[in-house]
Ligand binder design. Sequence first.
Ligand SMILES: Nc1ncnc2c1ncn2[C@@H]1O[C@H](COP(=O)(O)OP(=O)(O)OP(=O)(O)O)[C@@H](O)[C@H]1O
Ligand SMILES: [Mg+2]
Length: 337
Amino acid sequence: MSLQTRGSDPADNGVIHVKRNGARISVRLNRKKSETRSPLNDLYNVNLKKYDLHPNYEFPEKIRGLIPEGTPPYIQGDHDYVKQMIRALYYFKQCALIGPSGTGKTHIAYLVAELTGLPMYEVNCGLQTSSYDLIGRYIGLGKENWIDGPLVSWLRNGGLMYLDEANMMKQDVATRLNPVLDTRGHMVITEKDGEIVKRHKFGYVIITMNPFSSEFAGTKPMNAAFRRRMSVWIGFDYPSVGDRILPEEAQLITKKGVDENTAFEILRVGAEMRRQYKEGDLPYGPSLGDLMHWAVLISDGLDPLAAAEETIIALTSDSVEVQGDVRRIIESVFKSD
Ligand SMILES: Nc1ncnc2c1ncn2[C@@H]1O[C@H](COP(=O)(O)OP(=O)(O)OP(=O)(O)O)[C@@H](O)[C@H]1O
Ligand SMILES: [Mg+2]
């Protein structure tokens, strides 16, 4: 078991991740939801009164600390992802997000939990994720001390179950989720003498995944039973791609201390890399987070190319040829003015 904190990632701010056999369980300690309305409410076009996900119900004090706070703004561009997700949760209790790495799926899941006031349970699925990681286990000798896994805690208490990279899960583990994902769901805990746990009335699920392909190592085609249980699938894309440059995205890059002109250059490089990645010409498209890391080093005084060597060039690939391709994109953008 390993314990890691990733305070530097805005999507994870202040979360402690406990990793066990590939399953990442995130716990937000000692954080109380403030009584005031989240300032994020005003930024997104959602009628939270209409789509109230827990009408007249406060989650128990012991899990209220799991409601995210301070999630940074999410750039939606021409899309209405936040509203689509909240509406899907309202009508169907669950939805799936699908899109390439770095398009902000994890970020938006936190944002939606914060906006709607849902305690968040996160499991990062992997090939090693076992049913014990999700459901729970006895600890010590004998059958005295049972510890609920995140899935069972969520079934009992409600909130948002966030299954990240759900198509990396082994088939037999995914199958255990099928009865839970029927909206009247329940789970028979065979690991614990067949206890039946019903899904809480205000228990919602978001699953995220990268599209199944050889480039996302470990992803598998999703089994049909699991697929069918997700009524709404939302496809995610980067805010800026190719010639489509979103000023809001550049604006967020300037927050890292670079001037506006440099922020646009960084973004133009990023958008071109994303375009090439989507066409299959590069192995990776940089996320906004990646571009911000590049900006941090530039604002610390490094020359843009030197800063890129340590960040997006190295990040994209170990291959010398691919790194050369990225370098050429950077040079063409930074020399063109
Ligand atoms: N539209 C956006 N608005 C604001 N920040 C964004 C946006 N998209 C991505 N980011 C930032 O980019 C980084 C990567 O995003 P995130 O981890 O949410 O992507 P993801 O889609 O979950 O990727 P993966 O599939 O690899 O898990 C984060 O730092 C996130 O805050
Ligand atoms: Mg993610």
